[in-house]
Design a protein around this ligand. Structure first.
Ligand code: HEM
Length: 409
């Protein structure tokens, strides 16, 4: 198996995330499978080419069960003489379970989280996007400063959408945004209190939805029933957390990374402004080109697995690099170019197989609304930073920008 050259220095140096495109291009060149270490020292196997990534996402020998995954990680870390603490990410939910439990949870949740429900959100998502952009424009005019598109739009919009989806009352939304932002930070001093507060919040909200159901997803989940089976209170809590963890940062990064690419190529931004019908296809291309999720959530090898002639030993933790697979020249012609009308879309930005993103329809709808509103209202928008100042957030799973200052005009 190819070792990542100069592992610690190249994969986890402070500036690595801003250079990850070239690092993954190098890795794909060398082989489909590599060994490296995460920032906490844990050894992991990376799969970086499209064909092998797609096959791995379908391989039942790569397990996700929360307890077994935790045990596999603890064993590996003990071998490194390191202790590991587990974040809420390893809580039991459908993303952290295998068949048949996964099938049961997914069936129940998707019986309530329907495409019709997602489309019904579109008018309120559009109204929210418009009011955020109004506020951003006014603020920029008043202060003479560029809009901080991450803070004022890319982060703000998905939080509001999540509140609307789950039926979080308007009076609680500012607090909800703070918790969500803290949950997404990789620092236990933020994630732990936010997770405790949010759990307490949902523990109160769930019975209130039971007593007085609304039109929201949480009310629908509370009463969801398949073959007389229902979600327990603990499963409802786990599902609320999963929707927030899986649905927030990902959508933030779709808007942030996508706006960044379009603004780097202003003629593309203007092309979308002239031809809004292109937006849905552009969203697919942006998902492929600068994928919001760098790597699928960790899997563990239940047995020795052959990947492109390399044996990944039983017990290994495997990261399937979706962003890298989506830039594989063997799969996509001119993979590093942005082609807004590209037709082929075998991209893996939403994963593949049984854990394929349950919120893909919502993500596409929010992306559609966000880019449509941005380009239509501000056809001459431009970046207010040099490309050399662009910084990516440090994360082996998520791929997003710290800041995106923009002149909206
Ligand atoms: C651009 C936005 C999004 C991207 C790129 C994205 C990406 C992904 C990916 C790659 C997976 C599979 C992970 C794996 O196999 O380890 C996944 C799963 C999932 N996503 Fe998304 N996601 C997005 C938005 C959302 C939204 C908005 C929601 C919900 C409101 C959501 C809910 C879920 C859920 C529940 C799963 C687990 C499905 C399962 O285990 O069966 N996602 N997503």
């Amino acid at each position: 198996m190819a070792e990542v050259r100069n592992v610690a220095a190249s994969m986890f140096a402070d500036d690595v995330w801003s250079r990850s495109e070239e690092i993954f291009a190098d890795l794909r060149e060398v082989g489909a499978v590599h060994r490296t270490r995460l920032a906490n020292g844990m050894p992991v196997t990376l799969i970086v080419r499209h064909r092998e990534a797609q096959a791995a996402l379908l391989n039942p020998a790569l397990g996700k069960d929360a307890d077994e995954l935790r045990a596999a990680i603890s064993t590996l870390m003990a071998g490194e003489h390191r202790h590991v603490s587990f974040s809420g990410m390893y809580k039991r939910n459908m993303l952290n379970s295998d068949a048949p439990e996964h099938r049961r949870l997914r069936k129940l949740v998707s019986s309530a989280f329907t495409p019709k429900r997602v489309e019904a959100l579109r008018p309120s998502v559009t109204a929210t996007a418009q009011s955020l952009l109004d506020a951003a424009q006014t603020r920029s005019r008043d202060t003479g400063r560029p809009t901080e598109l991450m803070e004022e739009f890319a982060i703000a919009l998905p939080v509001m959408v999540m509140c609307e989806l789950l039926g979080v009352p308007h009076s609680d939304r500012v607090q909800f945004r703070t918790w969500t932002e803290h949950l997404m930070r990789d620092e236990p001093e933020y994630t732990e209190p936010a997770s405790v507060a949010m759990e307490a919040y949902f523990t109160e909200l769930i019975p209130s939805k039971r007593d007085k159901p609304g039109e929201d997803l949480l009310s629908a989940l509370v009463s969801a029933s398949v073959d007389s089976d229902q979600l327990s209170t603990e499963e409802l809590l786990g599902t609320c957390f999963l929707l927030i963890v899986a649905g927030h940062d990902t959508t933030v990064n779709l808007i942030g990374n996508g706006a960044f690419w379009l603004l780097r190529h202003p003629h593309r931004w203007q092309q979308l402004a002239r031809t809004p019908a292109l937006v849905p296809r552009a969203v697919e291309e942006l998902l492929r080109l600068d994928s919001p999720v760098r790597a699928a959530s960790p899997r563990f090898a239940r047995e020795d697995i052959d990947v492109d002639g390399t044996i990944v030993p039983a017990g290994d933790i495997v990261l399937i690099c979706l962003g890298s697979a989506n830039r594989d020249g063997e799969q996509f012609a001119a993979a590093d170019d942005m082609r807004l009308s590209r037709e082929v879309s075998a991209h893996l930005a939403f994963g593949h197989g049984m854990h394929y993103c349950l919120g893909a329809a919502q993500a596409r709808m929010v992306g559609d609304v966000a880019f449509t509103e941005l380009v239509a209202r501000f056809p001459s928008a431009r970046l207010a930073m040099g490309l050399e100042d662009v910084r990516r957030r440090a994360s082996s799973i998520m791929n997003g920008l710290h800041r995106l200052p923009v002149w909206l005009q």
